[in-house]
Design a protein around this ligand. Structure first.
Ligand code: TXE
Length: 491
């Protein structure tokens, strides 16, 4: 491989300080598609130094919201023009079907525009306080924001963090997943093209324990935003205690999708498939537990299995593909191991369960869409995040039982309810301990609305105005309108 893709630090494309590289693999065929430089903790420190200088000394702190908005709008326009290239690259790097990559690019463009627009909208509050004082609160940039993102939505997760952070006036040190860095590298080329000043946006490539850890622990990083597994989130929280960093964490889930007997049957079946098998099940909010009311249990499973068997698994670039490979050999083995655990635990496998070894797909990391029924709440396949195309089905008796089963999890990211009884839908949603919920739908995500979880699914929210506020400090300003001595102490 001739080209080694570089990092972007302080306005320069650079190789890592120790000269190491990493090969990037196409999960559809196991072949090397690119070689990238492998950053070190020292590279992170250089990036942080640049980001700090850009913020405090070079004037980024004083940039006008309208200027930041303009840059983000320009990034959105270029990304939109290059949609085909970005979508194909995402599919080659991540494996997801092309239609999903196209969806991600569209969503990324919309997210950039949402936050570009928000930058110039009113922020802050005034208060009616005593003492002839005008009190107000303004929101200001935090400073240097570190960002660590995963491999399941490489471009989209980057934009979910970069757009609000930049809109709010921060400088950034950003790390994509070491498995899927390619669209992030191209995105930083766009940042360079639109003319971000040196040091404002920095890209460091490399592993979690080295580059990620340094971002989380560095004393000059003021905030760290992370999306990834709960175990890694816990370690990032610990590293962030170094300088009491602000943190936002979007972690794992084992989200319940509850279907009552009175739901629109075909709609519920269709969404149940989408909830678990979209993006090969590698979605934090995946409806990985399907809770079915007992009177429709058998009929629903029969129809679900019939539809699941028709899902077209193939290479992402093939336009007829509906489900692609999982991200890596290691992750594939983790998923296959969970399938074995499910069988040993006594769950009944009614669909899938195997790696796909056809001539065309045998070199890639393809797993059949898999369904377990007759599960019990204590099973590991019901409690643990598998993060693959594996559905665990649970049976419930009534509304109270459904709520109890749904909340029986360490996670609280998302959940769905299907019923034609709207009062029942509202009662159930009200009791669901989760941050993102749907009634008669599953998965749609909106840039306008906050995204994040209860319990061990995370801290803070992304997207919407709450997501913007995660990248701001709150400053109270009290203006005395009656300028005279306080006379607390006698003369
Ligand atoms: O994720 P990691 P992994 C879940 C899913 C999956 C499991 C493990 O269940 O099976 O996590 O996947 C960086 N300090 N999700 O290991 O480790 C890493 O380099 C700082 C849920 O791939 O969480 C990458 O950039 N950073 C999820 C990012 O963290 C560290 C998406 C995510 O990797 C680090 C992905 C460290 N010590 C996996 N170790 C979701 N919520 O959507 C790793 N990283």
């Amino acid at each position: 491989m001739d080209t080694i893709f570089k990092m972007y630090i302080d306005g320069q494309w650079t190789l890592s300080i120790n000269g190491e590289t990493r090969n990037i693999i196409n999960p559809a065929d196991g072949k090397i598609i690119a070689t990238v430089t492998e950053g070190t903790a020292e590279d992170v420190r250089e990036a942080v130094k640049a980001a700090k200088r850009a913020f405090y000394e070079d004037g980024w702190m004083e940039t006008l919201a309208v200027e930041r908005a303009k840059l983000l709008f320009e990034v959105a326009d270029i990304l939109e023009k290059r949609k085909k290239e970005f979508s194909e690259l995402e599919t080659i790097d991540n494996g997801k079907p092309l239609r999903e990559s196209e969806f991600d690019v569209n969503d990324a463009v919309a997210c950039l525009r949402y936050y570009a627009g928000l930058a110039t909208k009113p922020h802050g509050m005034t208060y009616d306080v005593p003492d002839n004082t005008q009190a107000m609160v303004v929101r200001e940039a935090i400073g240097v924001c570190g960002m660590i993102v995963p491999w399941n939505y490489p471009l989209l997760m980057s934009i979910w963090k970069l757009a609000p952070a930049i809109a709010a006036g921060n400088t950034v040190v950003f790390k994509p997943s070491e498995i899927t860095p390619l669209t992030a590298i191209k995105l930083f080329e766009i940042f360079e093209e639109v003319g971000f000043p040196k040091g404002v946006v920095n890209l460091v490539l490399g592993s979690g324990p080295v580059v990620g850890h340094e971002i989380a622990a560095n004393m000059d990083v003021d905030k760290v935003a992370f999306t990834g597994g709960t175990a890694t989130g816990r370690s990032i929280m610990q590293s962030a205690t170094s300088n009491i960093k602000k943190i936002s964490l979007e972690l794992g889930g084992k989200s319940p999708n509850i279907v009552f007997a009175d739901a629109d049957f075909e709609t519920a079946v269709d969404y149940a498939l989408f909830a678990i098998f979209c993006n090969q099940g590698q979605v934090c909010s995946a409806g990985s537990r399907l809770l079915l009311e007992q009177s429709i249990y058998d009929k629903f499973i029969e129809r679900l299995v019939e539809r699941t068997k028709k899902i077209k698994v193939g290479k992402g670039l093939d336009p007829s593909t509906e489900m692609g490979p999982v991200i890596s050999e290691q992750h594939m083995n983790k998923i296959l191991n969970y399938i074995e655990i499910g069988k040993k635990e006594g769950a009944k496998l009614v669909c899938g369960g195997n790696r796909i070894f056809t001539e065309e797909l045998k070199d890639g990391y393809f797993i059949e869409p898999t369904i377990f029924i007759d599960t019990t709440p204590d099973m590991r396949i019901v409690q643990e995040e598998i993060f693959g195309p594996v559905l665990a089905i649970q049976k419930f008796k009534d509304e109270a039982d459904a709520i109890h089963l749904a909340n029986d999890s360490i996670y609280g990211l998302a959940g769905g309810v299907f019923t034609n009884n709207s009062a029942k839908a509202h009662r159930v949603i009200k009791k669901l301990r989760a941050g993102i919920t749907w009634i008669n739908a599953y998965h749609p995500t909106y840039n306008e609305a906050p995204w994040g979880g209860y319990k061990q699914s995370g801290i803070g929210r992304e997207l919407g105005t709450l997501g913007y506020e995660e990248y701001t400090e709150v400053k109270q300003i009290n203006i005395n309108l009656d300028i005279k001595p306080v006379e607390w102490f006698s003369e």
